[in-house]
Design a protein. Structure first.
Length: 285
């Protein structure tokens, strides 16, 4: 059993799983945290959120089937695919609202996932320390990273952030030197088709997932706009239907223009009384 686990996960992953298990046990032992966790799970299983997650899983599954057809994906990459979905796809889904608020979000997604850091992460996860060292190392790195993130919240803590960032940089340099030494000593082993597939899988999945995020962001933008519209004109359902139809015909799949219209038309929506008002409002924006 232990040999099977070691074959499926490296020592760093086993260390992370062990600490997560300890953290979950501790969380469920605390009454207040336990109630909050159940509240989060209850929210997660609401029909709207659950349907989006299921749709994302199906979309990712179809992407994987396509990648398998062209010889890029295989069953040995299932673990990496699950990691990607939890760490990237799920986080993107939960932050889709930012796409509607910030310009250039999709470019940022591409840049963040195609950086050279992917290569470094690939090298660093390929070579790990023994299990005892990893069990000690993981909480230390999490603590330092968390302190760096928290210290960024207030300007008076910036000196503390610089300190923790410096410590992380030193640790990172050590990891890179250690890993590169292993790579140069084992170059034939690292330059395999399996490792290459592991390297290119995350950016490929992310690029393929962008249309899904775009469509999800578009649906959210329309829904939020239509909720405001229904609130401002709740006494005239026919006018609401006409307005929705005109907005969809005007903006189609153009998320940028739709967001601009939603931002600039708040006051106009409150004053809409006739179909002519709707037509003029859309033309103006």
């Amino acid at each position: 059993m232990i040999d099977f686990i070691l074959q499926q996960f490296n020592t760093r992953e086993i260390a992370i799983i062990c600490w997560l298990f300890v953290l979950i046990l501790w969380a469920f032992s605390q009454k207040n945290i336990r109630k909050s966790l159940f509240g989060v799970l209850k929210s997660l299983f609401q029909i709207k959120i659950l349907s989006v997650i299921i749709a994302a899983i199906i979309y990712t599954g179809l992407t994987v089937v396509l990648l398998a057809k062209i010889g890029i994906w295989e069953w040995t990459l299932l673990k990496d695919t699950i990691y990607w979905f939890i760490a990237v796809a799920f986080v993107l889904l939960m932050n889709t609202n930012k796409v509607n608020q910030e310009k250039g979000s999709f470019i940022t997604i591409l840049k963040d996932n195609l950086k050279i850091i992917l290569v470094l992460e690939f090298i660093l996860t390929l070579y790990t320390f023994n299990l005892i060292a990893e069990i000690i190392l993981v909480p230390i790195l999490v603590f330092i990273g968390a302190m760096s993130a928290v210290s960024e919240l207030k300007k008076e803590y910036l000196s503390v952030k610089k300190l923790f960032d410096f410590i992380l940089s030193i640790i990172g340099i050590f990891f890179i030197v250690f890993a590169l030494g292993k790579v140069f000593g084992d170059f034939q082993h690292i330059m395999t088709s399996q490792n290459l597939k592991t390297l290119i899988l995350p950016p490929l999945l992310t690029v393929a997932f962008i249309p899904f995020i775009y469509l999800f962001a578009l649906i959210m933008a329309y829904e939020m706009l239509f909720v405001r519209l229904s609130f401002f004109n709740k006494n005239d359902p026919d006018l609401i239907k006409f307005t929705k139809r005109k907005i969809i015909l005007a903006f189609h799949l153009n998320l940028l223009k739709l967001n601009h219209f939603a931002k600039e038309s708040t006051q106009d929506l409150m004053n809409v009384k006739t179909r002519e008002d709707i037509i003029n409002m859309i033309k103006k924006n």
